[in-house]
Design a protein around this ligand. Structure first.
Ligand code: 6GU
Length: 221
């Protein structure tokens, strides 16, 4: 899979893309990431990529021309704009992106982006949650990590990808490993019983309990 990133901060991505399973996926050729510096399409000696908003108001708006020039050669890819006003990112969206050969991630900055970019050069607008960041760079990294772990051969045990939170619409149950006692804190007896039917029933109940407590919205859907 190839992922193109359009940003005014290409350096932002260097170490996160070099380490962990993302770094491994790139080393093995499973993932090809290409960084595009938006400033190369900036206007004038200062390579300006933003301007004051028509109609007045605070903040700057990313201009249509640099983004148009950066996105035109990528017209045959799926183009995502990260913006706090987008549709919330979810596992279904990541699953869909992981099936693509070419994905382009556009990182918004400043107060916003000239709407004509979204209208003519973007396939979908995505947010990563109900809070405001300085720009879309962190969101693009979230997407890359979420997609990379779905690519064939990246995660050692494919079952852990299939049974995780959100796939079954529930949060995961609590997990424990050795030692069975630490500072007097034990492990639920059922997990050491060897009774696999009881263990599965306990896990299912814990998934439901957690979801009711932390994410009741997931049970309403
Ligand atoms: Cl994609 N961008 C910015 N600037 N803020 C956000 C966001 C994106 N998603 C949530 N907050």
């Amino acid at each position: 899979m190839r992922i193109n990133i359009i940003t005014i901060f290409p350096d932002f991505f260097t170490s996160p893309l070099d380490v962990s399973l993302v770094g491994k996926a790139r080393d093995s050729g499973t993932l090809d990431v290409r960084l595009f510096d938006l400033r190369e399409h900036g206007r004038g000696v200062h390579r300006q990529v933003d301007d004051a908003p028509f109609g007045g108001g605070a903040g700057m708006v990313m201009m249509v021309q640099p983004l148009a020039e950066a996105l035109e050669p990528l017209a045959d890819t799926h183009r995502v704009l990260f913006t706090p006003g987008g549709t919330p990112l979810d596992q279904e969206t990541l699953d869909r992106w992981a099936t693509l050969e070419d994905l382009t991630l556009v990182c918004g900055r400043y107060e916003g982006i000239d709407e004509r970019v979204a209208e003519h050069f973007i396939d979908e607008e995505i947010s990563i949650g109900d809070y405001v960041l300085l720009g879309g760079e962190v969101a693009a990294l979230v997407a890359i990590e979420g997609v990379t772990r779905l690519l064939t051969g990246v995660v050692g045990n494919p079952t852990s990808v299939e049974t995780e939170s959100f796939r079954e619409g529930l949060l995961e149950e609590p997990h424990y490993t050795r030692p069975a006692e630490f500072r007097g804190w034990g492990v639920p007896e059922v997990l050491r019983s060897g009774d696999h039917a009881r263990i599965e029933a306990w896990r299912e109940e814990e998934r439901l309990r957690r979801t009711r407590e932390r994410r009741p919205d997931l049970l309403d859907e």
